[in-house]
Every structure is written in C-alpha cells, then in structure tokens.
Write a protein that binds this ligand. Structure first.
Ligand code: DP6
Length: 350
C-alpha cells in the first residue's frame, strides 16, 4: 500500500509480436474465434508515456505520436477510454496526455497496434495503482493489462508478455482464456529460446484493409468453420512442437497458417490480395534454399506483403548472407530488420 496521487507520469516500453497461429475472426466484445500463439519481439517496441493531472473545464485528451499530434488516433483513444469506464472509473476525473514512439519505421509489417496498445494498457494499469494507492499482485496486474490491451487491439493482449504467448480458449491449454493472453511458463525447447525473426520489407504501402475490417470478412465466410477447426488443431500441434523442438513440423504449421490467412482474404467477399509478386518470389526462394541447404528457415506473414523469416540463432551466420545475396534484390530499397524473441515489456523509470 502506498499513498495515492492525483498527478503523475508513468512510462512503459512494450514489444510487437509475430503470430505463429493467427487470430483471424472475432466475436462479441473483442473475443477471438480461435486460439492464437505468438512470439514477442525484442527490438520492435513502442515506448509510451502517460501523464495525468486533475481535470479542469474543457480539458481534452492529447496524444502525440513521435512528437506530433495525431488527431485520428487521438479520437480512437478517447473512444477507447470511454469504453473503459467500468474497468477504470477514475479516468473521467483526469486530464491525460500521452506520447508514444516506436523503435521501428512505419508500415514495415510490424504490428504497431500490438506494441502501442499493450504499452498504453500497461500505463493505465500503473496509473490505476498510483491514483488508488493499491498495488496489486504481479500476475493480476499483467492479466488486467492483457485484458485492457485486448479491448484496444486483439493481438496486443499477447504483447503484455515476453517469449511465446497464447490467447484464446483451448481444451489443450488449461489456463487459456478468450479474455486475456497467457504466457508459456512451461518448458520450451532450447532451439526456440533465442529464435530469430528477420522482417523482410517488400512494400511499405499503406494497408488496403484494416485489421478490424479484415476480421469482419470471417463473418459468414464460406470456410469459417473449417478455418476455426484448423486453427484449433494447429494450436494444439504448435504447443507440442514448442516443447519437442521439431523444426520441420514448426515450419509446416507456421507457413500453412500464413498462407491460410491470405487464402481466406483472397476468397472473402470482398476479396483482398495483399501478397505482392515479390512476396511470392521470396517464398519460392526461401523454400528452395531450405531444400538445398537443409537449414530450417521458414516464413510467416501478417495481413500484408512483408515476410517474417524465422530461423534458429545457430543458423544466423548462414541466413544473413543468404538474405543479402538472394533476397534483398526483391526488397524495397533492399531493407530488412533483424529481430528476435524478446523478454516482454518493461516499466521505464523517468
Ligand atoms: C493477421 O489484433 O490487429 O496480425 O483486434 O481488430 O485490432 P484488432 O486486430 P489485430 O489483428 C491481428 C491479425 C493478424 C494475426 C495475429 O496477430 O494473430
């Protein structure tokens, strides 16, 4: 217990994550139609600062992104805060200023809503502790942060933890929940402990379909039932693979998930093709390199054209030269970002 305050400032740094089993389709209040698994990243982070003081007349929420006012996002956050009146009844009494920045450039295929919303949710939970003077137990703190992050953006629920994280109810994972994500505290095979993700930038064009509109495509999708059954089965198999270290099976499931996601988008009504010709060229090249070199590299994709090339750290010295020589000619300005499994968010003392 400590004294409550009526003005203060809290900061959190929180990572983006890459989904191995995809969340695609939602129901009710931001609940997933199937369980998903992601790996939190180490270098792709959002740093968010939240400053609060007692509200005066006409005070408005303010939001700066990389030092500049972002009105559309400001509105989204204002709506988000209003929707949180049950969880954080104190919010209405405070004037709040938020500033956020990312360690990665825009439109790189790195999920910025996951890192941004998770860092904001963590700030809100820290603010709650300060204004109420009640410090909650660590597990409970993160569980609430994950739930709040989920209400902001589904995939953000997983960014509240480091390593491998599951979100969504599954019979094969006893602590799993649709409401919040759960970290893997069980044994994970050493090969995955320092797993690498090279983000290959095919195009930085703005997304043609937002994630929210994308999830809507699963409502009455002709393959919805089959997809949710497939995701459940992949989820269960992936849990086993993360323990066994079977890289062949890991790659098979991960690539199938990525292409299923894009297949579903292509045969949705309306239909979206987010893969670019160079994405397909890269996929072919990654697969033929794997066959000829026997190096276990595989790819996954978010809802966009950029590739996440996933591989064990022990292969880094062979994989990076392969990217430079064989893949970079197909990348926008030859650009890629080296990232890897990270340990999760950190509270920043200022
Ligand atoms: C393809 O979490 O961005 O990246 O809940 O509407 O904010 P909202 O969607 P979002 O969807 C992510 C979709 C995905 C797969 C995944 O990360 O699991």
């Amino acid at each position: 217990m400590k004294n409550s305050t009526n003005s203060g400032s809290v900061s959190w740094e929180s990572p983006s994550n890459i989904a191995l089993i995809k969340y695609w389709g939602k129901k009710g209040n931001q609940l997933p139609c199937n369980p998903s698994i992601s790996m939190s990243l180490k270098n792709s982070l959002s740093l968010t600062n939240l400053t609060y003081e007692p509200k005066g007349k006409g005070d408005q929420l303010s939001f700066l992104f990389e030092g500049k006012r972002q009105e559309p996002f400001e509105q989204r956050i204002a709506n988000f805060f209003e929707s949180l009146s049950d969880q954080f009844s104190f919010l209405k009494d405070f004037q709040i200023s938020i500033s956020s920045e990312n360690t990665f450039p825009h439109s790189t295929g790195i999920a910025s809503s996951a890192s941004a919303m998770s860092s904001l949710a963590l700030c809100l939970c820290s603010m709650e502790e300060e204004v109420t003077g009640v410090q909650v137990e660590k597990d409970e703190f993160y569980r609430k942060a994950s739930l709040i992050a989920r209400l902001g953006s589904g995939s953000a629920s997983r960014s509240v933890y480091g390593g491998f994280v599951a979100w969504g109810e599954s019979n094969s994972f006893s602590k799993s929940s649709d409401e919040y994500a759960v970290p893997f505290s069980q044994y994970i095979h050493p090969v995955f402990q320092d797993f690498q993700d090279a983000i290959l930038l095919v195009s930085s064009e703005k997304k043609v379909v937002s994630s929210s509109a994308g999830h809507q495509l699963m409502v009455n999708h002709p393959y919805a039932t089959a997809r949710f059954a497939q995701a459940n089965s992949h989820f269960e198999r992936m849990l086993g693979v993360l323990r066994s270290g079977n890289l062949e099976e890991f790659i098979e499931i991960m690539e199938n998930e990525a292409l299923s996601l894009h297949g579903l988008m292509m045969n949705s009504t309306p239909s979206f093709t987010l893969l670019k010709p160079n994405t397909l060229e890269l996929i072919e090249r990654i697969r033929s390199f794997r066959l000829s070199s026997h190096i276990p590299i595989g790819f996954t994709l978010d809802a966009g054209p950029n590739i996440h090339l996933m591989y064990p750290k022990s292969e880094k010295e062979k994989v990076v030269p392969f990217i430079d020589s064989d893949l970079s000619p197909f990348l926008e300005n030859g650009k890629y970002i080296i990232d890897e499994k990270g340990e999760g968010p950190q509270k920043i003392k200022i």
